[in-house]
Design a protein around this ligand. Structure first.
Ligand code: ATP
Length: 259
């Protein structure tokens, strides 16, 4: 579904205050696969996601979705950022419909789909509320509904649960897996949390910094459906242990990756 070929990204002029954020990234994500990206702060996870979204063009290499070169944002891709970034003056259902609105398809079918998604996300009772009337977790659920409203085949998620408290974060992770099992999508998911990366993923891509490269790709052989009770499972411990070795072994003592 997604083919990342020899992608590199340089911001500014190297050697003249510029930054090489990524180098030689090769990654293929299969249809309906969940791939998570972990690595120390600054290793280029968000940059890679933005390149796949088409919001930024790579300075080296190419990215293909369904064999078409990515040259800008695509209708078959939905994006969720760390902050919900909802329009404060619009109602929740209007916010969820926003992608359909900008695509000129804000019809009754889009409204119905938005309301159905709000139901799945457990916030249907808040459809006519403004964002400020919802908690952070509820706003983020609305942002996820917004990314799903045009039924994209690919979901790109940049630390979508990073600003939530630990309990809500676990609930949202399991919620995402439930949505995915109902309507499977190809998901590329950036996180700082090693347990979250493992519980979600078919494969975890561990990145190393300066410049950002793929250190290792770990296959997660855990049964689905999953929840955090699997954290005692030997496979879960093998995967989290290997990721910690890769990140902390190479990095010494500086990390903002959650154990
Ligand atoms: N628009 C930009 N202009 C200049 N440098 C940038 C830009 N975006 C990112 N960078 C640099 O590229 C590197 C990778 O940044 P990026 O945000 O992708 O890392 P990250 O792994 O997502 O970090 P974090 O985990 O802290 O969010 C960093 O050194 C950052 O300063």
């Amino acid at each position: 579904m997604i083919d990342i070929k020899q992608v590199g990204q340089v911001f500014g002029a190297v050697g003249n205050g510029g930054v090489r954020a990524l180098q030689g990234i090769d990654l293929t994500v299969k249809d309906r696969e969940i791939v998570t990206l972990v690595g120390p702060s600054g290793c280029g996870k968000s940059t890679l996601l933005r390149l796949v979204s088409g919001l930024v063009a790579p300075t080296e290499g190419s990215i293909f979705i369904r064999d078409e070169r990515v040259t800008g944002p695509r209708q078959d891709t939905g994006i969720v950022f760390q902050a919900p970034t909802l329009l404060p003056w619009a109602t929740i259902v209007e916010n969820v419909m926003f992608p359909s609105t900008i695509m000129g398809r804000a019809d009754e079918a889009a409204r119905r789909r938005a309301k159905d998604l709000l139901k799945v996300a457990g916030i249907a009772d808040f459809a006519e509320h403004r964002p400020r009337q919802l908690s952070g977790g509820m706003q983020q659920r609305a942002a996820i509904c917004r990314a799903l409203v045009h039924d994209p085949d690919i979901l790109l998620m940049d630390e979508p649960f990073g600003a939530l408290d630990a309990l809500t974060r676990e609930i949202m992770t399991i919620e995402l897996l439930r949505i995915w099992s109902n309507t499977p999508k190809t998901i590329l998911f950036v996180t700082h949390s090693i347990p979250e990366a493992v519980i979600l993923a078919d494969r975890v891509v561990v990145m190393s910094p300066r410049p950002g490269r793929i250190a290792e790709i770990i296959d997660v052989d855990l049964p689905r459906p999953r929840d955090f009770s699997l954290s005692g499972h030997p496979e879960f411990q093998r995967c989290t242990g290997r990721i910690r070795d890769l990140i902390f072994g190479e990095q010494g003592a500086r990390f903002d990756v959650e154990h």
